[in-house]
Write a protein that binds this ligand. Structure first.
Ligand SMILES: Cc1cc2nc3c(=O)[nH]c(=O)nc-3n(C[C@H](O)[C@H](O)[C@H](O)COP(=O)(O)OP(=O)(O)OC[C@H]3O[C@@H](n4cnc5c(N)ncnc54)[C@H](O)[C@@H]3O)c2cc1C
Length: 420
């Protein structure tokens, strides 16, 4: 292992190969911008990520001409979402009337989605993905960020770039090293994340189940359920202190049809703690640096919209910056435009998430009596058009972005060209 850093030169260096970073990498490379994405893990195969690909993200996939390929890969199409309060199931959201090409929410394990994005990005000679490269620090010259230092198994790596993008998630090293100020909006809960096998007789709809003191979310992943058991913030030790047997009983209590399978949770090694954070940066940029996705605004799992928002940030950043980066004319004022464009959707979505956290989740977790569906939710069962409101908020969100960048490698007559 060498201690002399390998040096890569690119126009844009993206730290983090999650949904925000990979989609930005694809869009910039497609527009003819030399981009390097650094991802600290060896692959995308990690369980902590959500699996929801929303109609507005599918619209972006359509605009890129990749929808057929997306739909040919294993996924599940969900047209309605259901909730379950105190054992009473009710419809919550109906995506079938959305003004998008795909009137459904796709469930695709996130590692498959990131492989899909990476397969297409790698077709562009302007794209480079370096796995097992953990960004550790920024390189600054004259008050401007001009690159990053990363650790790799082969030794230190430096990437020098006109723009560094922090897309390294809610524990972003980039935003911390850049000294960007974070506003914490608070979250009253954490999530215990686990797998339980699925039987062919089970439903295949993702559901959220609420009962006294318990909230349980189940996401279909073929032959198993990815499950999230919501606990009060900081409550992990107390749950563990009661023992795995008591925890299995809690799971069976809120999802009785899993009672014959909870023994699959053999030890606490089968149950992972995911801490929930909701925050946002006051300023998303500095000269030479921009943060997007959870690095700019960590999202609560409420509504399962964080992946979508991260991708929308990437589309907006590419729309506003690609041509300027390609021609070497991007300024700090252009980075400010990205924040201005994405502030409204971020603030509104986080406001809604905090309302649900405080008014629904905190109360449900504190409740010691059986719960019944609130009146407004019962109306969703009686008046189907009402289900279009949550469908719109979850499926499309505020200010959906559309791809405005061109494919620099397609010529009018011959398909793929040189782009330069
Ligand atoms: C319990 C829980 C459940 C959730 N469920 C859902 C859901 O179902 N649907 C949904 O839409 N959202 C969900 N969210 C929110 C969602 O996970 C995030 O909003 C979304 O992943 C943000 O995408 P991102 O690309 O900005 O960041 P991330 O997805 O966090 O990606 C960041 C990437 O950067 C890499 N990285 C980190 N540090 C470095 C470094 N120093 N150097 C290089 N690489 C680095 C990471 O390995 C990762 O690949 C959930 C959140 C929580 C906490």
């Amino acid at each position: 292992m060498s201690s002399v850093p390998e040096v890569i030169r690119a126009t844009c260096c993206v730290a983090g190969g999650g949904p925000a970073g990979m989609v930005l990498g694809l869009l910039l490379a497609r527009a003819g911008v030399e981009v390097v994405v650094l991802e600290k893990h060896a692959d995308f195969l990690r369980d902590f990520r959500g699996d929801t690909i929303h109609p507005s993200t599918l619209e972006v996939v359509h605009e890129l001409g990749l929808l057929d390929d997306f739909r040919s890969r294993p996924h599940q199409e969900v047209r309605q979402l259901f909730g379950n309060v105190g054992g009473v199931e009710f419809p919550l959201a109906d995506f079938s009337r959305l003004p998008t090409h795909c009137k459904f929410l796709a469930l695709m394990p996130q590692w498959d989605f990131l492989d899909f994005v990476s397969d297409h990005a790698k077709k562009y000679p302007t794209f480079r993905l370096v796995m097992r490269a953990a960004v550790a620090d920024l390189i600054e010259e004259g008050g401007r960020v001009v690159g990053v230092r990363a650790d790799t198994p082969g030794g230190p790596l430096e990437v020098r770039a006109d723009l560094v993008v922090g897309a390294d998630g809610r524990r972003s090293t980039v935003r911390e090293r850049a000294g960007l100020r974070v506003r914490d909006l608070g979250a009253p809960m954490d999530v215990l994340w686990m797998r339980v096998s699925r039987k062919s007789t089970d439903t295949d709809s993702p559901t959220g189940r609420f009962d006294r003191g318990r909230i349980f979310v189940m996401i279909y992943r073929g032959d198993y359920w990815q499950c999230g058991f919501v606990i009060p913030k900081g409550g992990n030790e107390a749950v563990r202190a009661r023992g795995i047997e008591a925890f299995r009983a809690d799971v069976a209590g809120v999802a009785p049809f899993l009672a014959d399978r909870v023994h699959e949770l053999r030890t606490w090694d089968d149950v992972k703690l995911l801490t929930v954070t909701v925050d946002r940066l006051q300023k998303w940029y500095r000269p030479g640096l921009l943060c997007i996705g959870d690095a700019a605004h960590a999202m609560s799992p409420v509504g399962g919209v964080g992946i979508n928002l991260a991708i929308q940030d990437a589309v907006a950043a590419a729309n506003l910056l690609a041509e300027k980066l390609r021609t070497g004319t991007a300024t700090t004022a252009d980075l400010a435009k990205v924040q201005r464009r994405r502030t409204l959707p971020t603030k509104l979505t986080q406001w809604l998430q905090v309302q649900v956290q405080n008014r629904v989740i905190s109360r449900a977790l504190a409740s010691r009596v059986p719960l019944s569906p609130p009146r407004v939710v019962r109306l969703f069962g009686r008046f189907p058009f009402l289900r279009r409101i949550p469908a719109r908020l979850i499926g499309v969100g505020v200010r959906p972005e559309h791809v405005q960048t061109r494919d620099a490698f397609v010529t009018h007559r011959s398909g793929r060209g040189t782009g330069r």
